[in-house]
Write a new protein. Structure first.
Length: 430
């Protein structure tokens, strides 16, 4: 068949993501219009012929255009006869959950978020009503998901794709905080497990939960938005609003930045860490040794190699201990926290190595780790850029201290038990 062309700038547009995830799962090729510019491309006479409303996404098909993201996603799924249920009843259930995700969740989430993003006027009573409506919807969804992995049957359906996409901005923005989601653990688990599946991850990227609720915009007559203090989540009272690119708000009225625009490299200034006196230790050599050493040889080869090459003048080692371990009651949520932290440290990868361990055989799980940084201190840019630092207790390690050295060795080597606690998971930053 002739090609399918999607008019949208897919960047962070959840409606485009619905279509692209379905295309990925069922194996249908969907091309994006190159250089689509929101506010320009969707206002041309040619575009208005495809959708007189001037809204995206629109899919051009050999039979004609289709608008409305749910309908487009359903069309792509139907091309392969997949994802929409295998019996009349299942098909109805898929439709039921799509309507639920659209009318019971998405509409209310929009009323909650869009005033905060500045796209709609703010009215406290509208927000209050929207939050109550989401709680009611989540209450029902939570009971339903208590014994289920997916919304319909035992596999992903179109209902899951649309529901996950509709939920993403609640998590990315932080309004679906751990505190807000606490009464809905099955919705929480459903979101993180389904969104981590390969087709979802490929299109949505790594989702990081915003840890600070966005400030409510001022009602009429109040101080302007910039003068308001963000409302922090309970667990991280001091944490400033995180800045990862993925957490930019969606732009319903204008163009979402294209993926390539978002990733455009900034002009490179000299990193202050490059101005430190040269060190004989080459971090990449250690990272290679770490990665290439077999587990059985780890102590004799990798650990010995590390201490042989470690340069205490040019590098420093730091223990980090999570301050709020009592929050870590669900293993995968705890792991997501660590993944988010390491993701936010990506910019320092060239100058750092770390091993973070999740310990314990029952909740609350402990997060402990060790960082190796270029230079004698935790780099200032890390202190400035990564709000996670405040969530950890930092102690400079003294490798001449036997206890410190053994602790570092254990984190690097990952034995089954560390400091008397079962090692649940270890994550390496290299
Ligand atoms: N219900 C529509 C919503 C489409 C929509 O609101 N699109 C926004 C971008 S996310 C848009 O095109 N806005 C431009 C405008 O309002 O002029 C769908 O699911 O596709």
């Amino acid at each position: 068949m002739a090609g399918l062309v999607l008019h949208v700038n897919a960047g962070i547009n959840k409606n485009a993501h619905k279509v692209l995830i379905v295309a990925e799962i069922v194996g249908v090729k969907v091309d994006l219009v190159p250089d689509f510019e929101m506010g320009v491309s969707n206002k041309t006479p040619e575009f208005l012929k495809l959708n007189p409303l001037g809204k995206v996404p629109v899919l051009e098909t050999p039979d004609g255009p289709i608008s409305e993201s749910n309908a487009i996603a359903r069309y792509v799924a139907n091309l392969k006869g997949k994802l929409t249920g295998s019996t009349v009843y299942q098909t109805a259930l898929v439709d039921q959950w799509i309507d639920f995700a659209t009318t019971e969740v998405d509409t209310s989430l929009g009323r909650w978020l869009y005033p905060r993003f500045g796209y709609l006027p703010y009215a406290p009573e509208v927000e209050e009503h929207a939050i109550e409506a989401i709680k009611r919807a989540f209450g029902a969804l939570n009971s339903y998901l208590a014994s289920r992995t997916y919304l319909v049957g035992h596999f992903v359906t179109l209902a899951d794709v649309i529901t996950i996409c509709n939920l993403t901005w609640g998590f990315r923005s932080g309004v679906f905080s751990e505190e807000f989601m606490a009464p809905f653990p099955h919705v929480e688990r459903y979101f993180w497990t389904v969104s981590a599946q390969p087709a979802f991850k490929k299109i949505l990227g790594e989702i990081v939960r915003g840890s600070v609720e966005l400030p409510p915009p001022p009602a009429k007559g109040q101080a302007p938005r910039g003068s308001q203090t963000p409302r922090p989540s309970k667990a991280k009272a001091e944490a400033p609003k995180p800045k990862p690119k993925e957490e930019a708000p969606p732009k319903p009225k204008e163009e979402a930045p294209a993926a390539d625009e978002e990733e455009a490299p900034k002009p490179k200034a000299k990193n202050p860490l490059d101005l430190l006196p040269p060190s004989p230790m080459v971090l990449d050599d250690w990272k290679r040794l770490y990665s290439n050493t077999k587990a059985k040889d780890f102590a004799e080869v990798a650990l010995k190699g590390f201490w042989d090459m470690y340069d205490p003048e040019g590098y420093s080692l730091w223990f980090c201990d999570y301050k709020y371990n009592d929050e870590n009651t669900v293993p995968f949520v705890t792991m997501n926290k660590v993944s988010g932290f390491l993701q936010r440290m990506d910019f320092i990868r060239k100058y750092a190595f770390a091993k973070i361990c999740i310990l314990g055989d029952q909740p609350p799980y402990k997060i402990k780790g060790v960082w190796l940084f270029r230079g004698p201190e935790i780099p200032q840019q890390v202190r400035d850029e990564c709000y996670d630092l405040e969530l950890y207790e930092w102690t400079k390690a003294d490798p001449t201290d036997h206890v410190h050295k053994e602790r570092i060795n254990a984190y690097f080597e990952e034995p089954d038990v560390i400091e008397g606690e079962k090692l649940l998971e270890a994550k390496c930053f290299k």
